[in-house]
Ligand binder design. Structure first.
Ligand code: 13P
Length: 280
């Protein structure tokens, strides 16, 4: 917790990662950002969202300062939530942004508008956007470009469907999602990127990937990123998402290549979201 001296926290982080990696310890492992991000999806009214972020901010004091909290409310209350979070340790993200800069795109919200609210992150490529709104790699390349052009940090989501996992195609699916979008980034853009691995079969289903399954594919994702960006991939925060909750976060976060979580359902209750943050 935040009262523990810094050297002790670093040391315990060192030991937990070191144990898993044994001989391959590298100092930058413990420098990787730890992130707990809440994707509120299409939930909460503006008043409920405001209440939720206030509770998250208040309760976050009980969590190690090494944990970076992000909340991603719907567009309708992004402004209010960003205002409430100003000056706090809780950062704010959007759940999507437009593929175009501005103009005649009815119903769309541009990255520039989002950034103007003091919002720092944007979730892109969530499986629900890919599945229900037909987002392709082509669209996502444009959205990524808009995000970066406006100083937003994308949280880029990848993950396979149940039938792909069952056919043991999960590695190839995730690789394609990375190659088709992330490989187009410059080294400078890549340095800011956050990745979220979210197996579709674990989202909102109560079924979680085991810590071993998460570690296996997170390590694979890092290796795919390293093929293109080299050592820089060691610094990329890779979050796990899919029925992550207080009871399983600690075991999953203990894995060497898991740097936090992208939380859906459990992010809607401040107590649960904060308890997940304590999983580090
Ligand atoms: P759940 O935590 O509700 O399974 O959702 C995960 C998710 O999709 C976060 O983006």
């Amino acid at each position: 917790d935040s009262k523990t001296p810094l050297w002790m926290r670093l040391n315990s982080g060192f030991r937990s990662k070191f144990k898993i990696q044994n001989s391959k310890f590298k100092i930058f492992k413990i420098m990787r950002k730890k992130i707990v991000a809440g994707n509120w999806k299409m939930n909460t009214t503006p008043a409920e969202g405001l209440e939720l972020v206030k509770n998250v901010i208040a309760q976050s004091e009980a969590v190690c300062e090494c944990v970076n909290f992000i909340v991603c409310p719907p567009f309708t209350h992004l402004s209010q939530v960003a205002e409430a979070a100003k000056g706090s340790r809780v950062a704010v993200g959007a759940q999507n942004c437009a593929a175009e800069a501005k103009g005649a795109y009815t119903g769309e919200v541009s990255a520039e508008m989002i950034a103007a609210l003091g919002v720092k992150y944007v979730i892109l490529g969530h499986s629900e956007r890919r599945e229900y709104y037909g987002e392709t790699s082509e669209t996502l390349n444009k959205k990524m470009a808009q995000a970066y052009a406006n100083g937003l940090t994308p949280i880029y989501c990848v993950g396979e469907r149940l039938e792909e996992r069952e056919a043991e195609r999960h590695f190839e699916v995730v690789k394609a999602q990375l190659e088709e979008v992330v490989y187009n980034l410059t080294a400078e853009q890549f340095a800011k990127l956050v990745i979220a691995y979210e197996p579709v079969w674990a989202i909102g289903t109560g079924k979680t990937a085991t810590a071993e399954q998460a570690e296996e594919i997170h390590a694979y994702i890092r290796s795919v990123l390293a093929e293109k960006f080299g050592e820089a991939a060691e610094n990329t925060a890779i979050l796990y998402g899919g029925s992550c909750k207080p009871s399983n976060a600690e075991e999953i976060f203990a894995k060497a290549n898991v740097d936090g979580g992208l939380i859906g359902g459990a992010a809607l209750k401040a107590e649960d979201f904060i308890a997940i943050g304590k999983g580090f």
